[in-house]
Design a protein. Structure first.
Lengths: 281, 237, 497
C-alpha cells in the first residue's frame, strides 16, 4: 500500500513537470507599443530610439516607416517588419550583415523585390524577421539559443522544424538540452544560410562535428518528411521512399504480433480464471 | 510466519547460470527501455525530469550503450554455455527437452485456443510450453536485431561507409518499433503469463530459485513429468 | 433613546457619509481620471512629442494605463470620418468613449488592446479576432457550454444578428457582412441579452448557415450522467418526473422488504428502521468493511460469480455492464473535475464531443454495449438455451436499452452531419462518422430531424430510468446488496437468482 502511494506520488511529480518548458520568446509580433521593461533588459536596452529609427523624429522626413510619421496610408497597410530599413543594423553588426547578404535569405529577398513570387516557405526574411531588435537578449547559452532558433526558423520552415524535432539532433538538443547536438545554424549556417542539397555542402556541414564522416554519411536524412522533397538531393529522395515503405511494414508487423498475443493472453486468462473459480468451493 | 508442515518435493528446473542471466536481462532490459524511451519521448516534460536524474542527455546515452553491451555479453555467455552443453556435457540440443519449436507446439496452440472456447481439454506441455519457447526465441532474435540496429545508430560513420546513408534512418525506425514491441510484449504478455495467471499468482518463482514444486511440475509440464517418471522407473544399466 | 445612542448614530452616519465620499461612485471616479488624462495631453501638446510619449507600452493592469492606452486608440477612432472602405460601401469604425462606456459599462476600465490583442500594429488588421477568454472563464456546467464549444463568445453575446461558420477553423463567429453580403459595422460594441430566446434564434432556425440544429434543445439532466457528462441539474420537467417515478419504485421496493420481520421485530416500523440502520452503521464501521470492499471489487466490478458460471455469459454481461460502468465513471469524473476546474485542458477535452479522446471512447464503449445487447438478443431469440426463459421483463429491458444505444449512435451521426465536423476530427467517432456518411445520402433536412431524434432518445432514456426499479433491472441494486448481506451474515442463499 505504501509502495503504491510512493509510486503514485512519483508519477504525480512527473506530471507536474509535464508542462512544456516556459516558452522562450522567439520573435514576438510587432506592435505599435514597446514594452520598456523588456526593452531595458534586452541587448539593445542602452540604445535610444533615434539611433536605429533615424529620421522619424519631429516632422519626420527621411527613412523608416513611410515618408513621414504618422502617415495613415503607410502605417495602416504596410508590414512594419518588411519595410524597415535594416541598414541601421549594419552600423554595429558588420560581420553578420556582410554574411547575411551572401546567403540564401538575402538572395530570396532580392528576387522578391524584383517581383518574383515568394517561395513555399513564405516571404523572404530580413534581420527583423528572425531577431527582435527590441527584446532579444544577449549572452544566452548554446542551449537557449538553440531552442529559440528552432522556434524562429520553424515559423516559416514548419515542416523542417517538425522533422528536426523527430530526429536525434532535435530531440537531444532542443528537448533534452544536450549542448553537443546540432541546431539549425550549426548545419545551415547562421547568416550565410545555405541549402544542403549539394553533397559537398552537406558533407562539410556534417564534418563540423563528425570528423570521420564519409560522403555517404552525408546521405543520412535528417529532415525525413515527405513534404518539400524538391529541396533534397536525388539520393536522399530515393532513400526516403524506402525508409517510409519499410517503416510502414514494420509498424503493421508490430501491431499484428501484439494484437495476436494480446488476444491470446486475454482469452486464456479468462478461461483460467473461470477454471480456478470453479475449483474453489 | 507459518511453519512449513509438509515441504513439497521440488525438482531442479533451471541451472544457476540461467537464473543469473535472467536477472541480467531484467536489469539491463529495464534500463535500456527507460534510457531509450526518454530520448524518443523527449517532447514530454516527464522525460526531462528522468534525464536530469540520470545526469543529462549525454549520460543517458552512455548508460543506454553500456546496458546494451552488458546485455549482449549475457547473450554471448549463453551461447558459450550452449556450446559447453552440447560438446562437453554431450547433451542433446534437440529432442523433447529442447527449446526448439516443433510440430507439437503448433498443435498445442490450436488446442489451447479451442480450450478457450470451451471445446476440449487444455494441452499437455513438455518441458517448455509454446509460449515459453516463443518468448525465448523472440528475445534471442530480438536482441540480435536490436543489437545490429543499435550498432548502426552508434557508429553511423562506420556503417555509412559500407551501407547507403538512408540505412541509418531505417535502422532508427526499426530500433524504435522493435523496442515498442519488446516492451509491450514483456509488459503485458510475459507479465501475465508469469505473474497474473491464476495458477501462478503472485509469481512464477522457479526462474529465480531454480526449483519447481512437484504439483506445479505435474500440472504445467505433464509430458516432461511422465518422461521423468519413466526414466526413474527404468532399471539402471 | 438616550444621548449616547443618538450620539453614536450621528457619528456613525457621518462616518458612513465620509467613507462613501472617499470611495466615490464609479461615475465620479471616471471624471476624476478622465480629467487627469485630459490635463496631461494638454500639457504634452505644448511640447514636441518624443517617441515614448505614445509608443511606451502602458501598464494596462492599472486604470491610469488603461485610460492612456484607450486614448491612443480613440485619437483616430473617435473621429466621425474614421471608416473602412469595403468594396463600394463605407463602414464606420467610429467609437467614442461615451458610446463605449454606455454600451459596455463593465469594460470601461479594460484597454482596447486587452481584447483586440493583435490589432495595434502595422498592418492594422487582426488575425486572431477578439479574445474574451483571457479574463472570462467559459460557461460552467450548463446547457450553454458543451454544445457551444465551437462558438465564439461574441457570436451570442454581441448584438449583431449575422453569424457565419468559418471554414478554416470550423468555428461559429460574427459575420462582418449581412446575409446579402453587404458589409456591416460592428463598432458600436453593444451586448445582447442572452436570456432572450431571440438571441439563440440567431443560429437555431430552419435552414441556418452555421450548422446548428433548427430548434433550441433543452439541456441534459443529471439523470443522463449514467452515460453522458451532464450538468448537475434536473433540466426539463420530464426528467424530474422520471426521477420521481424511479424514487417511488425504490421506495415501494424497500417498503415491501420492511413488511417482513427485521432482526426479530415483527410490528413496529420505527423499531425495524432503527434496528436495520444500527446494523448497517455497525457493519460499515467495523472490520467487516474490508470484506465488503473485497466483495465490491471482485463480485460487483469484476463480476467474479458470473465468470465462475460461464466465460461466455461473463463476456456478454461485461460488455454491457463494464462499458456502462466505465462511461458512468468517466461522466462522474468529468462532472466533479469540471466543478473544481472548468477551464482545465483535460476538462474541456472531456466535455468536447469532437475531441479525439472523448469521441473515441464514447463510440467504443457504446459499441461494446450494443454488441453485448445484440449477443443477448441472439441468445434469447435464436440460440434459446434450455436454462434461459425469456419473459416480458427481459425483452422490454433489452428493447429499451438497445434502442437507447442505437438512437445514441444515430444522434451522433446526425450531429456530425448537421454541424459539419470535418473528416479528420470526426473520424475518431468511428461509428458516428460512418453513420453521418450514410445519412448524407438521404436528402432530409437533418437540422430539423436532429431535434426530433434528440427527443426520442430522451424519452427512451426517461422511460428506462423510470422503469428500472420495477422490472428485473432492479437486480442492479438488489444483487450487490444481497452479496454484501451474505458476506456479513455468512448465510448463503441456496436459491439461484
Amino acid at each position: 500500500m505504501v509502495l503504491l502511494l510512493t509510486v503514485g506520488c512519483f508519477f504525480l511529480a512527473l506530471l507536474w513537470f509535464s508542462h512544456a518548458r516556459a516558452e522562450t520568446d522567439a520573435v514576438p509580433p510587432s506592435t505599435w507599443f514597446v514594452d520598456m521593461n523588456q526593452y531595458a533588459a534586452s541587448a539593445h536596452g542602452s540604445l535610444r530610439c533615434e539611433e536605429c529609427h533615424t529620421g522619424m523624429i519631429g516632422n519626420g522626413a527621411g527613412q523608416g516607416i513611410g515618408k513621414s510619421h504618422p502617415d495613415p496610408d503607410a502605417f495602416l497597410k504596410t508590414r512594419s517588419r518588411t519595410d524597415f530599413d535594416y541598414q541601421a543594423c549594419q552600423k554595429c553588426h558588420k560581420t553578420a550583415y556582410a554574411r547575411f547578404v551572401t546567403g540564401a535569405h538575402a538572395t530570396a529577398a532580392e528576387k522578391q523585390k524584383a517581383g518574383e513570387k515568394p517561395s513555399k516557405a513564405g516571404l523572404a526574411p530580413d534581420c527583423g524577421e528572425c531577431h527582435s531588435a527590441h527584446y532579444s537578449k544577449s549572452h544566452l547559452s548554446r542551449s537557449q539559443t538553440g531552442r529559440i532558433m528552432t522556434k524562429t526558423c520553424g515559423t516559416c520552415h514548419q515542416d523542417q522544424k517538425e522533422s528536426f524535432l523527430a530526429n536525434y539532433h532535435g530531440k537531444a538538443g532542443v528537448n533534452l538540452g544536450y549542448e553537443r547536438a546540432a541546431f539549425c545554424t550549426d548545419c545551415h549556417g547562421a547568416h550565410t544560410i545555405v541549402s544542403l542539397k549539394d553533397k559537398e555542402a552537406a558533407l562539410n556541414a556534417c564534418r563540423r562535428c563528425h570528423k570521420e564522416a564519409t560522403p555517404e554519411f552525408a546521405n543520412i536524412i535528417i529532415h525525413d518528411s515527405t513534404k518539400n522533397l524538391e529541396l533534397k538531393s536525388d539520393a536522399k529522395q530515393a532513400g526516403l521512399k524506402w525508409v517510409h515503405a519499410l517503416r510502414a511494414m514494420v509498424l503493421i508487423l508490430v501491431v499484428a504480433v501484439l494484437a495476436f498475443f494480446y488476444l491470446h493472453t486475454g482469452l486464456l486468462m479468462l478461461r483460467k480464471l473461470h477454471e480456478k473459480l470453479r475449483r474453489h468451493k | 510466519m507459518e511453519t512449513i508442515v509438509n515441504p513439497e518435493q521440488t525438482f531442479q528446473r533451471f541451472h544457476i547460470l540461467h537464473r543469473i542471466l535472467h536477472m541480467v536481462i531484467i536489469v539491463n532490459f529495464t534500463l535500456l527501455a527507460v534510457t531509450g524511451f526518454v530520448l524518443h519521448f523527449s517532447g514530454f516534460g516527464w522525460t526531462r525530469f528522468l534525464v536530469s536524474l540520470m545526469g543529462g542527455a549525454g549520460a543517458a546515452g552512455w548508460l543506454h550503450r553500456c546496458c546494451a553491451v552488458c546485455l549482449y555479453m549475457g547473450v554471448v555467455i549463453h551461447l558459450c554455455w550452449l556450446v559447453y552443453y552440447k560438446f562437453v556435457l554431450k547433451q542433446n540440443l534437440s529432442g523433447p527437452d529442447s527449446i526448439l519449436p516443433g510440430k507439437k507446439d503448433f498443435k498445442d496452440l490450436y488446442q489451447n485456443v479451442r480450450y478457450c472456447f470451451n471445446k476440449g481439454n487444455p494441452p499437455l506441455f513438455d518441458r517448455f510450453s509454446y509460449l515459453q519457447k516463443y518468448d525465448y526465441w523472440a528475445e534471442l532474435l530480438g536482441m540480435q536485431s536490436m543489437g545490429i540496429t543499435g550498432l548502426i545508430l552508434w557508429f553511423p560513420e562506420f556503417f555509412s561507409s559500407i551501407l547507403p546513408g538512408y540505412f541509418i534512418n531505417i535502422a532508427g525506425y526499426f530500433h524504435f518499433y522493435e523496442a515498442v514491441l519488446a516492451v509491450m510484449y514483456i509488459g503485458v504478455v510475459h507479465m501475465s503469463d508469469t505473474h497474473l495467471a491464476p495458477d501462478i499468482f503472485p509469481m512464477e518463482k522457479s526462474i529465480f530459485t531454480g526449483k519447481i514444486e512437484k504439483t506445479r511440475f505435474m500440472e504445467e509440464h505433464p509430458e516432461e513429468w511422465k518422461r521423468q517418471q519413466m526414466i526413474n522407473n527404468q532399471p539402471s544399466g | 433613546m438616550n444621548l449616547k445612542t443618538i450620539g453614536s448614530i450621528i457619528v456613525g452616519g457621518a462616518l458612513m457619509v465620509f467613507m462613501a465620499a472617499f470611495n466615490g461612485t464609479p461615475v465620479s471616479a471616471t471624471t476624476l481620471v478622465d480629467s487627469i488624462a485630459a490635463n496631461v495631453t494638454e500639457q504634452a501638446a505644448q511640447e514636441p512629442l518624443v517617441c515614448l510619449d505614445c509608443h511606451r507600452m502602458p501598464n494596462i493592469n492599472t486604470n491610469e494605463g488603461v485610460i492612456s492606452s484607450q486614448t491612443f486608440c480613440y485619437d483616430c477612432h473617435k473621429k466621425e470620418d474614421i471608416k473602412k472602405i469595403d468594396g463600394s460601401s463605407d463602414i464606420t469604425l467610429q467609437i467614442t468613449p461615451d458610446t463605449f462606456n454606455k454600451n459596455q459599462p463593465d469594460h470601461r476600465f479594460v484597454a482596447c488592446i486587452k481584447c483586440h490583442t493583435d490589432v495595434a500594429r502595422s498592418p492594422h488588421k487582426t488575425r486572431t479576432g477578439v479574445t474574451c477568454q483571457k479574463c472570462h472563464t467559459s460557461h460552467s456546467e450548463s446547457p450553454a457550454n458543451e454544445p457551444h464549444l465551437r462558438v465564439d463568445c461574441q457570436a451570442c453575446h454581441f448584438q449583431s444578428e449575422f453569424v457565419r461558420l468559418d471554414p478554416d477553423d470550423h468555428r461559429v463567429k460574427l459575420a462582418h457582412t449581412n446575409y446579402e453580403s453587404v458589409p456591416i459595422s460592428l463598432s458600436n460594441h453593444i451586448l445582447s441579452d442572452t436570456d432572450d430566446e431571440k438571441t439563440c434564434q440567431k443560429c437555431h432556425f430552419k435552414n441556418n448557415s452555421v450548422g446548428a440544429p433548427s430548434a433550441v434543445l433543452p439541456s441534459k439532466s443529471v439523470l443522463c450522467i449514467v452515460c453522458h457528462n451532464a450538468p448537475l441539474a434536473m433540466g426539463h420537467p420530464v426528467f424530474g418526473l422520471a426521477g420521481l417515478i424511479f424514487m417511488a419504485g425504490i421506495f415501494f421496493m424497500i417498503a415491501f422488504w420492511f413488511k417482513g420481520s427485521v432482526k426479530g421485530e415483527e410490528t413496529s416500523l420505527h423499531r425495524k428502521i432503527s434496528l436495520s440502520s444500527e446494523s448497517v452503521w455497525n457493519t460499515i464501521f467495523s472490520r467487516q468493511f474490508f470484506v465488503l470492499m473485497k466483495i465490491f471489487i471482485l463480485d460487483i466490478i469484476f463480476q467474479r460469480r458470473i465468470l465462475k458460471e460461464s466465460v461466455s455469459r461473463w463476456s456478454m454481461h461485461s460488455l454491457i455492464f463494464t462499458a456502462i460502468l466505465l462511461r458512468f465513471g468517466l461522466s462522474l469524473f468529468t462532472a466533479i473535475g469540471f466543478y473544481f476546474n472548468p477551464d482545465g485542458n483535460w476538462m474541456i477535452a472531456l466535455i468536447d464531443k469532437n475531441h479525439w479522446f472523448t469521441a473515441f471512447i464514447n463510440d467504443f464503449l457504446g459499441l461494446l454495449i450494443l454488441l453485448g445487447i445484440v449477443w443477448a438478443v441472439v441468445k434469447r431469440s435464436m440460440v434459446k438455451p434450455d436454462h434461459v426463459v425469456s419473459e416480458f421483463q427481459d425483452n422490454i429491458t433489452l428493447i429499451l436499452m438497445g434502442s437507447l444505444v442505437l438512437m445514441g449512435f444515430f444522434l451522433e451521426g446526425a450531429r456530425i452531419l448537421v454541424t459539419r465536423i470535418p473528416c479528420d476530427m470526426a473520424i475518431y467517432s468511428f461509428v458516428g462518422y460512418l453513420l453521418s456518411r450514410v445519412f448524407s445520402i438521404f436528402p432530409f433536412d437533418w437540422a430539423s430531424v436532429y431535434p426530433f431524434m434528440w427527443y426520442v432518445h430522451a424519452v427512451v432514456a426517461v422511460v428506462l430510468i423510470a422503469y428500472l426499479p420495477f422490472g428485473k433491472m432492479r437486480h442492479m441494486f438488489n444483487t450487490p446488496l444481497t452479496y454484501f448481506i451474505e458476506a456479513v451474515d455468512g448465510v448463503k442463499n441456496k436459491k439461484r437468482v
